[in-house]
Design a protein around this ligand. Structure first.
Ligand code: SF4
Ligand code: SF4
Length: 387
């Protein structure tokens, strides 16, 4: 991007989405709203918002709390879990401090067992996530879990959640998701007018902020990106290799991978991640007889590697590849995330076989010790695009 181009979200926090979100959640708290900590994209935000609460994502991406976590947790555990736990242990997580209650989902063993260690600190509600999403019982069971969440929030936050409020939040989510995707779809242009940082910033904020509060941010961002296109302003070079990033959530210290891709001459055009497009990909049925069932159906479609089979991940990759036209796919897997790590065998075969695209798997954590090695491997992959 040429220097002097205004960031899409120009509030002084460009590149610091966590700080922006802390400010947002804090401001909501000062208005009297309860705060509900969530750990996963499967956490049904519409029910949280229908309770009059603001969601705060508790997944952490900082290396600095890992050492404290490793006093209690095995070193060979996913850094996202260790970092999140370390923040709680050292009482330094601003989101956790603001949270009145916490929701966890049984996605992977590490998270499940971590919830047990923190359950006594704040009221913590664990939702049993079905992991065979295509079995007919899955929808029944997850609907039941979402309804149990309603009961938990009503009891602990001393509130009532009406079906009308849930329906209104479904409609709000659909509006937000549609507009956010309209903005992010501009990365399908060659060259792209968006940076990975802008895509990351917007999607990060969208998890916490209500549709009403996101509206002005999104409308401003849309106007700016439209102006960039009209003015011929773009990111990278017209022939920069276009990269789709898929895999585990990538944020904070792990964004070293995004930076390396960019420093190696690539441009990131799609983030197929929970810290990217995944939370915004679906549409929830409006006006359904049972709004909880409609919510459950949409959330069960999230293609996380904790599901089996997880064929939706491959069909979602097909959709994104067709739209964003990447020249290469980079699969980022956090250390010790066995679900995503094993699934990468299927993803590699799919990308190289069906799409004939270069594929690179990067296993990493939040330290900076592997930056040199990642740089060499990314450069070699992007070099293939030019051959
Ligand atoms: S990768 Fe899976 S477990 Fe992790 S936040 Fe996303 S949906 Fe949840
Ligand atoms: S990245 Fe993998 S191991 Fe880590 S919390 Fe998410 S699903 Fe679990």
């Amino acid at each position: 991007m040429k220097s002097g181009v205004e960031p899409l979200v120009n509030d002084g926090f460009a590149g610091e989405p966590a700080k922006r979100c802390v400010g947002y959640v804090q401001s909501q708290r000062e208005k009297g709203k309860n705060v509900v900590g969530i750990y996963c994209t499967y956490g049904p935000l519409e029910v949280v918002r229908a309770a009059g609460a603001v969601p705060a994502v508790l997944c952490a991406f900082a290396d600095k709390t890992i050492a404290a976590a490793e006093e209690d947790l095995p070193a060979n555990l996913c850094p996202l879990i260790k970092s999140s736990y370390g923040f709680i242990k050292t009482d330094t997580c601003p989101f956790y401090s603001l949270a009145d209650v916490v929701i966890g989902e049984t996605t992977c063993d590490g998270k499940k067992k971590m919830f047990e260690l923190i359950a006594g600190i704040k009221p913590t509600h664990v939702m049993d996530l079905p992991q065979l999403p295509d079995q007919k019982e899955a929808l029944e069971n997850w609907t039941e879990m979402v309804k149990k969440l309603k009961g938990f929030l009503e009891t602990t936050l001393k509130t009532q959640i009406s079906d009308e409020a849930v329906e209104a939040e479904i409609q709000h989510s659909n509006v937000k998701n549609k507009l956010l995707n309209t903005i992010l779809d501009f990365a399908a242009l060659t060259p792209t007018p968006l940076t990975w940082q802008e895509m990351y910033d917007l999607t990060y904020l969208g998890q916490a902020a209500s549709t009403a509060d996101m509206m002005k941010v999104m409308e401003d961002a849309l106007a700016k990106v439209q102006k960039r296109v009209a003015d011929g302003v773009f990111h990278g070079q017209p022939d920069s290799p276009r990269v789709l990033v898929t895999g585990t959530p990538v944020g904070g210290d792990a964004t070293k991978v995004f930076k390396i891709i960019e420093e190696s001459g690539g441009v990131i055009v799609a983030l197929d991640l929970c810290t990217g497009l995944k939370p915004y990909a679906g549409h929830i049925e409006e006006g359904a007889a049972d709004p909880y069932r409609a919510i459950s159906k949409r959330y069960l479609e999230i293609p996380c590697a904790c599901m089996t089979p997880n064929d939706r991940r491959l069909s979602e990759l097909d959709r994104l590849i067709e739209k964003f036209k990447p020249d290469a796919v980079i699969d980022v897997v956090l250390h010790a995330c066995h679900g995503y790590s094993i699934e990468s065998t299927k993803v590699k075969k799919h990308i190289e076989g069906k799409h004939k695209l270069p594929y690179l798997k990067i296993e990493t954590d939040y330290s900076q010790s592997d930056v040199g090695q990642i740089r060499t491997r990314v450069a070699a992959t992007l070099e293939m695009v030019h051959k």
